[in-house]
Design a protein around this ligand. Sequence first.
Ligand code: VTB
Length: 314
Amino acid sequence: MNLSKELLLKLIDITSNSAIACYPYIGKNEKILADKAATDVMRNSLNKLDIKGKVVIGEGELDEAPMLYIGEKLGNGNGPELDIAVDPVEGTNFVAKNLPGAMTVLAVANKGDLFSAPETYMEKIAFGKDLPNNIIDLDNTVEENLKNFAEASNKYLDELTVCILKRDRHANIINELKKLNVNIKFITDGDVTGALLVSDKKYKVDIFMGIGGGPEGVIAAAALKTMNCNFKGRFIFKTKDDIQRAKKMGINDFNKKYEINEIIKGKSIFCATGITNGDLMNGIVKKNGKYFTETIITHEKSFLELVKKDVSIT
Ligand code: VTB
């Protein structure tokens, strides 16, 4: 097993330090500088690890420095071959405006186990554990999915809450949800967090649905799988260029509905540190010459942990 506890602890350091690198940019309306600061720390730290890593989910598909691009090799080459998904700042708008929900995210799996996704949109549905996977289908109507979910979870429709990105493209879904009298939790960005809210009853979200970034979908799936939750996705390839890029990544069926086990094949680690306060964890606090960070880690079944760290300011 390549995904050792030692690696896990190193990843916590990496997302923590990448988040700290963003601290000076919180509320400064500097999306690009914040992203660059987190990305530089993430790249430099990953390159020091004893791994033979490759970015399969990144920012861009070519060498578009300063972004960690898909195909970029990471690590010192002396260790296990790993697939890495990076999202140095999930919620750049949140950092820029000092709004809740920004975080630094990494997901890691053994080579070949993490789906390499192009930067296109993805239709997504996530829901919690202990429910049959087949109650929800991306081709069902919203009503069918919600009614199936209500029946399987023994709840009334007006007791359900659906989380969805507030976007014009979701107008039809939102109308359906209103007609069904389902509660809606809107998010403005950050649909990795949105999807993860189905993982625990304390977040009071039953289903996450809608169209968001494909890479964010794969990253959310990495976390949801370790927590035994359900995730279904279908990439949306609109333009010829989208299709070309997908083909280059080995995708031939452009309408395929992906199950979580196809997106994440084996075991994975998901590691995210809060930059600003969010539903999943608190953001960075600077106090008495130290930064205090909170990181969420999911690793194998039943391992979900909130790790608090303090890092001296040097
Ligand atoms: C979501 C969200 C991201 O992009 O995936 C969203 O999780 C989708 O794109 O935080 P649009 O903004 O174009 O709708 C982000 O907001 C930014 O990557």
